[in-house]
Design a binder for this molecule. Structure first.
Ligand code: F6R
Length: 242
């Protein structure tokens, strides 16, 4: 595991942004896994700026979103599909047919999960962007999720529901109580993971993720077992590391 600590958030964003742009420029069919949430937003702005400056094109990129709320259609304004569209995809030249996501509004979610897992198997993810949730989750793999799990539906924990208020829901009752997510096993199939964390509130979690026991009680600890992972932290998120 490579751990990089950046003095300022914008340096972190530029590092991860440029790392991925470099990869995209040098591969004919790059497959990138995208996370929603607040942590990667600066990286997505970096992508947009570089696209507008004609320094990178996303035409050959295949995208896979990490997770979604169950019960929201992809076009629902609070869906993760809409968030990715608004924050990134609608501002770059990625082809709509290359954007892949779990659809939380399908009647048969088991079939939807199998469809997505097979699609990922057919298009192995080169670089997966990740953040860490306040209960240690990655994607929507909540504590207790199997470490080798495939895409699945999950009951969201209270911390995750409360964190969703940061994503534009006005009332806690409006937040879906279930998510659908790439499993930990799905995520571990990606060739490289880039885990990002920012801010003091993530410091304890980052310490446990890097030095704690690898356990399904703290799903992000699984990254310790991935052969190719870069952890990118700002000073505050790294403040509990020795
Ligand atoms: C989002 C996702 C989540 C977030 C995590 C951190 O697709 O998979 O695991 O990465 O909840 O969220 P933020 O970045 O908002 O702190």
């Amino acid at each position: 595991m490579k751990i990089l600590v950046f003095e300022k958030e914008e340096y972190l964003d530029a590092y991860v942004g440029e790392y991925i742009c470099h990869f995209i420029r040098n591969h004919s069919q790059p497959v990138i896994g995208f996370a929603t949430g607040s942590t990667p937003l600066g990286v997505y702005r970096y992508f947009i700026d570089n696209y507008q400056a004609q320094k990178v094109s996303f035409r050959q990129v295949k995208a896979f979103n990490l997770d979604e709320y169950v019960g929201l259609t992809p076009s629902h304004p609070r869906s993760f599909a809409s968030a990715m569209k608004n924050e990134l995809f609608s501002h770059i030249d990625i082809l709509p047919e290359n954007i892949n996501a779990l659809d939380g509004s399908k009647e048969d979610m088991i079939q939807e999960c199998q469809r997505y897992e097979s699609l990922i198997d057919a298009n192995p993810i080169d670089i997966q962007i990740l953040g860490i949730g306040m209960d240690g989750h990655i994607a929507y793999n909540e504590p207790g999720s199997p470490l080798d799990g495939a895409c699945h539906v999950v009951d969201l924990h209270q911390e995750s529901i409360e964190s969703s208020l940061d994503y534009g829901f006005d009332h806690i009752e409006d937040v879906p109580t279930q998510g659908v997510t790439q499993g930990i096993g799905t995520i571990m199939k990606a060739k490289q993971l880039i885990m990002m964390a920012k801010g003091e509130k993530k410091a304890d979690l980052v310490k446990r993720m890097i030095y704690g026991e690898v356990t399904s009680d703290f799903p992000s600890s699984i990254i310790q077992r991935h052969p190719n992972v870069i952890v990118c932290l700002d000073r505050s998120a790294a403040s509990q590391l020795k």
